[in-house]
Design a protein around this ligand. Structure first.
Ligand code: HEC
Length: 133
């Protein structure tokens, strides 16, 4: 890749990080939302909380609301193992902003993973009525 496009990508990622940071601050102030959800709740609760956190932390900006991908790769369905997922978030390979534990707690990251795991596969084309008149 030549230098030009790469610099533009990094600049765009920087702007997205700024947006997600200010979003998190706004939500924290506006709703009394606290980042430390201590103790993992079972099943659906974790996934529900994870969906809110996925939006709060701005993951959607690069990975899409359903983890379908965008600037960043698709995360769902069939995400990486939790270890690899966590490794990328804590020490990204390339352009993804780093989320350290003081910004995104381990509990919140586990909930985000529960949400990503819960995202179902898209239906097959032959099962979509509109595509089969
Ligand atoms: C500003 C854009 C951006 C944001 C915001 C972002 N990511 Fe990423 N993410 C990327 C890019 C780009 C990659 C590709 C690898 C790299 O650049 O490090 C990536 C890769 C990943 C991967 C590895 C996927 C794979 O198949 O290799 C995971 C997991 C991931 N991101 C999770 C998250 C989570 C969880 C959040 C929110 C806490 C998040 N990302 C926020 C841009 C972003």
């Amino acid at each position: 890749m030549s230098l030009g496009p790469r610099i533009r990508i990094v600049a765009r990622l920087g702007a997205a990080t700024l947006i997600s940071t200010s979003l998190a601050v706004t939500l924290a102030v506006g709703t009394g939302f606290t980042q430390s959800s201590s103790g993992a709740a079972p099943g659906g609760d974790a996934a529900d909380r994870g969906e809110v956190l996925f939006n709060t932390y701005g993951c959607w900006q690069c990975h899409g609301y359903s983890g379908q991908g965008g600037v960043g790769p698709k995360l769902a369905p069939r995400p990486l193992s939790f270890n690899n997922f966590q490794r990328e978030v804590r020490s990204p390979r390339e352009d993804m902003p780093i989320y350290r534990p003081n910004i995104l707690s381990n509990d919140d990251l586990a909930d985000i993973y529960a949400f990503v795991v819960s995202i179902p596969d898209s239906p097959a084309a032959q099962d979509i009525e509109l595509l089969n008149p």
